[in-house]
Design a protein around this ligand. Sequence first.
Ligand SMILES: CC1=C(CCC(=O)O)c2cc3nc(cc4[nH]c(cc5[nH]c(cc1n2)c(C)c5CCC(=O)O)c(CCC(=O)O)c4C)C(CCC(=O)O)=C3C
Ligand SMILES: [Fe+2]
Length: 373
Amino acid sequence: MSDLTPYDAVLLLSFGGPEKPDDVVPFLRNVTAGRGIPDSRLREVGEHYYAFGGRSPINDQNRALLAELRRELDERGADIPIVLGNRNWEPYLVDALRDLHEGGARRVLTLVTSAYASYSGCRQYRENIAAALSTLAEEGRYLEVDKVRPYFNDPGFVQANIDAVVSAYERLGVPPSPEAPLVFVTHSIPTTMEVASGAGNPASYSGQHLDVAAVVAARAAEQLGAPIPWELAYCSRSGTAFTPWTEPDVNRTIAALHADGAANVVLAPIGFVSDHMEVIYDLDTEARETADELGMPMERAATAGTAPAFVSGLVDLLLERAASERGEEPERRTVGTLGAWHDVCPPGCCRLRSGVDSGVPAACERTDVMTVA
Ligand SMILES: CC1=C(CCC(=O)O)c2cc3nc(cc4[nH]c(cc5[nH]c(cc1n2)c(C)c5CCC(=O)O)c(CCC(=O)O)c4C)C(CCC(=O)O)=C3C
Ligand SMILES: [Fe+2]
């Protein structure tokens, strides 16, 4: 019998995506909320979605992950509700929390579908939680919500990525070498966000990826029996050309490797937890076109998705956090050199810009305020 006390519900919190063409503009209006971008521009931004029938695979992938988490919790005898809530689409976060409250939940543990710590993957979700809690408080519904620490260096998540890289080389049929290097890929972010992600933390967003990449490459190399030359590249840059974002772009990296004599390439999207739009468009469509034009056979490694090692690692993290809240000292398992991230973010953690307090309230953060009884 696994104990998730003091929690009485688990929330899987994600980005959300459109399910049909008519959803695309309203979805993008949510993503870009408050920036007043005209619908005509949103339809252009939505081209990737329309090219896939107006449907993102992300919601199906989250429902599949939810089902696997449910199965794993049942298997361990953890009788606790688990539901899905999204930042930008149905089921919306606020509705998911309201349903949980209606069902009697008062203390909720959240798992976000971002493994790495940055504004996009950490604080922005915590801002969404704070906003939802404030709406619910106006309805007289009070909940306490915690969030599981960033899990990029969780042994389960990393194992799923090691297995995926080994399988990708097996499909490629060419062992790793300078002729068949490995490119780890993640989401590009503005460099201001990258700098802010490292403030007060053991590593920035890109530093976290480099640490995971080193472990994945070393362990996969052991299994494949050859060292793996690797690099970290980025995809899905947006914003204007005047704003610097983390580089190099994956297409540029593929071309540079080709120029240096690589005849094949393996892409490993370690920055994403499932094969959503950024993966199927930016990698399986765009990067594949780049590799095809260069005549380079390319294999794209799977994302963690619903790999048993990943799912089991996530449930370990839920149990770990519950134990910590009960005042126990559970083992905080990690791989790599960085160690376990904080359970509760320090004030100012993962800001949009370093040193700039946006004034937007964020939940799951230490208040560092003395309360007088
Ligand atoms: C680091 C990061 C992750 C990885 C961590 C994680 O997995 O959470 C991520 C995930 C995702 N990003 C997604 C989609 C979008 N991201 C956008 C815009 C942006 N992302 C950013 C960063 C990230 N984003 C940033 C700095 C922006 C620009 C500022 C802004 O606009 O906030 C835009 C707006 C249009 C555009 O600018 O291109 C869209 C539509 C989807 C859904 C995919 C689907 O539907 O399958 C997912 C999972
Ligand atoms: Fe954070």
